[in-house]
Write a protein that binds this ligand. Sequence first.
Ligand SMILES: Nc1ncnc2c1ncn2[C@@H]1O[C@H](COP(=O)(O)OP(=O)(O)OP(=O)(O)O)[C@@H](O)[C@H]1O
Ligand SMILES: [Mg+2]
Length: 256
Amino acid sequence: MAEIIAILNQKGGSGKTTTAVNLSTALAKKGKKIALVDFDPQGNATTYLGLMKREMKNTMRDVLHEKIDINDAVRVTEYEGLDLIPSNIKLSGIEGYLNAQTSPISVLKSKLKNIKNKYDYVFIDAPPTLNIIATNVLTAADSVIIPIQADPFALEGMVDLLEVIDIIAEDLNSPTKIKGVLITKFRANTKLGKEVKAEVQKYFEDELFETVIPDNIKVSEAPGYNKPVIVYDPDCAGSKAYTELANEFLAREKNE
Ligand SMILES: Nc1ncnc2c1ncn2[C@@H]1O[C@H](COP(=O)(O)OP(=O)(O)OP(=O)(O)O)[C@@H](O)[C@H]1O
Ligand SMILES: [Mg+2]
């Protein structure tokens, strides 16, 4: 039975998609069976993994609208062990549909049930919002990874995010665990980077991953080539960090 893990932060550009794609690919490389659910109308994870999202049929939208079973939306990627369930711009406006359902926040959860037994981990790449899409993601997830970009406002949105996590936990009577907080786009040699890291460390203590993802030009180039950075340039600092993150992730699993 898969553990379902949301990659969530309502702040745009915090490294959610980059983390979802590269952690998924790194874990698949280590022999885990992974499904990555693109639950963002931007469809960035879908493009990142090389799918032509414009002409695409059988996406998350069709799954939510009950036109197809989620298994019929699964794409096998060129990376062994990694499957993708794509989205594109047609997912925009899904909020109204979700709100009109009998259990608005549980729609995604009910759909993921049909693939849960096929994978070790199901990752959900969430869009930068805290609306009904995010509450669906949190309801479906067993745990959440929060990527934080080291900038002066990094912690500002955290309070809201943690509150929503708590509200959902209360409503469902089952807490979504914080699997880990991940510092991304980190500039080690700047005063700002050091200060933000120290602050995040103080705030999250145990939850913070020791692995930090550096600000790395190769990481920003890779999506343009439709390849995970750990495939595009396995030896760059960003790739080493994402591989290290996969190791730390698996080590945490063992200790749980
Ligand atoms: N470690 C890094 N070093 C350099 N650039 C990075 C790094 N991580 C991400 N980026 C770049 O920063 C931008 C935002 O990253 P990403 O798309 O992963 O964020 P996101 O949180 O998914 O954004 P959104 O909220 O729009 O979904 C992208 O252009 C990405 O290539
Ligand atoms: Mg994204």
